[in-house]
Every structure is written in C-alpha cells, then in structure tokens.
Write a protein that binds this ligand. Structure first.
Ligand code: TZP
Ligand code: MG
Length: 207
C-alpha cells in the first residue's frame, strides 16, 4: 500500500447546508490524499449514491477512496478499500470478499493492533487519541501513549484518529504518527482547504 499523510472522513453533520462533494473536493485541494465515506444513516441507497459520487471525485484527483462498514457498497462503487471496526466482519471473511483491496481496521489497544497485523490488515486506525464527539459508541480516549506504542511495535502503516485538531496535532506527530485523520476539524471548518493546508505544513515540518 502507498503511504498517506492526511485522511479525511466524511461527517455531514458538521457542514449543514453545504454539499458533501464540494466539501470533500476542498479537502482534496488542501492536500488530503485519502477519503473515507462514513455514513451511519442506514440508508443504503443514499450511501451508494454518495459512494459513486465520491468515487468519481477521488478518481478525478487521484485520491484513494475507502468505504466504512459496507463491503457491498465498496465493491459496487469500485472503492479502493474498506474500513472495519473491531465488531464488524472478521478480517479473514472481509479479505475473501474484497481480494486485494485495502482493508483498514480500527484499533484501541496494542493487542488489537498486533492482531490486525497478524490477520493481514493493510493499515490500522489508532485512537481515539483524544475525546471526540464524532463517534457515538466510541471507547475512552487512549491518548498519545498508544500512538507511541504502535509506532514502536507495529510495522503496519497506521493512522492516528480521534479529536485531532490543528492545535494538538504536533503532540500526535511527536508521538510517532506520520499519517493523521480528522473528521470535525476538517469538514466542520469554515476554511476546509486552508485547514488541510495547515495540517500538511505541520506534517511536513516533522518530515
Ligand atoms: N474513530 C475513532 S475516533 C473517530 C472515529 C471514526 C471520530 C473522529 O472524529 P474527529 O471529529 O476527528 O474527532
Ligand atoms: Mg464499522
């Protein structure tokens, strides 16, 4: 899998009245290199429609496209991969369905990270680093200590997630993250493109 720097996940509740595709295109223009469609509405027809639109957008810009939860939608929209949580379909089952597409797994503790590595995940999510309001069933924040542990012990690419903002991202980078994910800080910004550009410049400063 190629390496990434800035991962934006959709969160339409953070930009009422603004079009999803327009917001995500601004994020891409600001430097986001991977996008995830995360939609917990349960309206599969709508999710599929958004997946097709985001596939078209990401293809136009050469950006990687991941679908959260819905393997069938990921396949139908020809996404580059899927993202699954600890309680979703087991990785071995998912692998049978998606072949060599990217599989990302959310992890909240080092044993989950090592297990995902063993099971053949392509990348892991590491978090929530800080408290977040963007996920309802989220576990308690794991802190930058968990980022440090993963950086030291796991060889898989990992993305730090959860409550990451422009004002605290340096601490996450110092803990060893090279790839950052945010929902609310990016898509809820009045200046989506500028926020992404600032994230990128902070990432570049860390090398
Ligand atoms: N997984 C762990 S934390 C989180 C997800 C999907 C939400 C991150 O959202 P925000 O707004 O960047 O805190
Ligand atoms: Mg899930």
């Amino acid at each position: 899998m190629q390496t990434f720097r800035l991962y934006a996940i959709t969160g339409e509740q953070f930009h009422p009245g603004r079009d999803l595709i327009e917001v995500m295109e601004e994020a891409i223009l600001g430097g986001v290199d991977i996008i995830q469609l995360r939609d917990k509405s349960g309206n599969k027809q709508e999710i599929l429609r958004k997946a097709h639109a985001l596939r078209e957008l990401t293809r136009k810009h050469g950006v990687t496209f991941i679908v959260n939860d819905h393997i069938d939608i990921a396949l139908e929209a020809d996404a580059d991969g899927i993202h699954l949580g600890q309680d979703d379909l087991p990785l071995a089952e998912a692998r049978k369905l998606v072949g060599n597409k990217i599989i990302g797994i959310s992890t909240h503790a080092i044993h989950e990270a090592l297990q995902a590595e063993k099971d053949g995940a392509d990348y892991i999510g590491v978090g929530p680093v800080y408290a977040t309001k963007s996920k309802v069933d989220v576990v308690d924040p794991v802190g930058v200590g968990y980022v440090r542990e993963v950086a030291a012990q796991v060889r898989l690419p990992f993305v730090a997630i959860g409550g990451i903002k422009l004002h605290n991202v340096e601490e996450v980078l110092e803990a060893g993250a090279t790839w950052i994910c945010a929902i609310s800080e990016i898509v809820g910004s009045d200046d989506v493109r500028g926020t992404c550009e600032t994230f990128i410049s902070k990432l570049e400063k860390r090398g």
